[in-house]
Design a protein around this ligand. Structure first.
Ligand SMILES: [Zn+2]
Length: 294
């Protein structure tokens, strides 16, 4: 059984786990200490390093990227993704969906895209969004990493953005297929392009994937989500990661789920609900993508 699971933790720092009842840390420690299937060689890292989880016997397969916390304050996104990561690692061979996905694709996870901003949101300003760039000569602190990708005016000036760009462009064989970039909040499932000068890219199988993913999410707890092209459903935005992943990195399927909740600082009790509905959505997403790419 050949498969591979890659984890990339972008230079994240030590955290002060004041909120979420240590949920993220608990998940992290569980990932590092629990027993994994012997077929997985787990080169574990910690929050200070890059970490890979690799099966060296695995043949390279097309790649899926799932990431979160490009915006510091969106904690539910990180918690949801950590729960998904936990399921992917621990249920290979027992969960039929997990097994099928890992047999067919390489999965890459980046749970914390914006480590210094994320740390700042725990320690000092709960509502912090950007990274912690000191913009010299300006009173304006930080750069919005999700406006920093090199589509139109996004400059890719920031080390976090450049790390991801280098990582994605350095791993193009086999091809990237999917990027899911988790954000909060508002119950949206958005696809490129956020830059309204670019086409909505709606003439591919993407619209079917969006529709089925949305139905699966909504059906979990009978909620309502708004789903579709980012520019049409929400508002115009340039330099976003999923635009770059599609336009430049050539990924045919890229998505921004804006998860549940009425704000950024939500109760930890939402974590299992968010995990369950997103997992159901990802299953629908993966199944449709697999049927479009037999
Ligand atoms: Zn966001």
């Amino acid at each position: 059984m050949y498969w591979r699971l890659l984890l990339l933790f972008v230079g994240a720092l030590a955290y002060d786990w004041k909120k979420y009842e240590g949920e993220l840390k608990k998940e992290w420690e569980r990932l590092l200490t629990r027993g994994y299937p012997e077929t997985m060689v787990y080169d574990k890292g910690d929050f200070n390093t890059l970490a890979d989880v690799i099966n060296p016997n695995g043949a390279h397969k097309n790649s899926i990227l799932w990431e979160s916390l490009v915006h510091a304050r969106e904690w539910l996104a990180g918690a949801t993704l950590m729960n998904i990561l936990d399921k992917m690692i621990t249920e290979y061979g027992t969960d039929e969906d997990v097994t099928r996905y890992l047999d067919n694709y390489d999965f890459h996870f980046i749970p914390v895209m914006n480590p210094d901003g994320y740390k700042h949101s725990w320690d000092d300003e709960r509502m912090w969004r950007k990274n912690r760039r000191n913009n010299e000569g300006s009173l304006c602190f930080g750069v919005d990493l999700n406006r920093n990708y090199d589509n139109n005016w996004g400059a890719a000036s920031e080390p976090e953005t450049q790390t991801v760009v280098d990582y994605v462009m350095g791993n193009t064989n086999p091809a990237w297929l999917v990027d899911v970039s988790m954000h909060t909040y508002g119950q949206y499932l958005l696809t490129p392009y956020g830059d309204c000068s670019l086409p909505p890219n709606w003439d591919t199988g993407l619209s079917d994937v969006v529709r089925l993913t949305c139905l699966a999410i909504e059906g979990t707890y009978n909620t309502r989500w708004d789903c579709g092209n980012s520019c049409e459903v929400l508002y115009a935005s340039s330099g976003g990661s999923v635009d770059w992943m599609m336009a430049t990195a050539g990924m045919p399927y890229t998505f921004v789920p804006e998860l549940r909740g009425n704000g950024f600082d939500v109760s930890p009790s939402l974590i299992p609900l968010s995990f369950q509905e997103m997992w159901n959505g990802l299953v629908a997403m993966m199944n449709e993508i697999m049927s479009q790419n037999p």
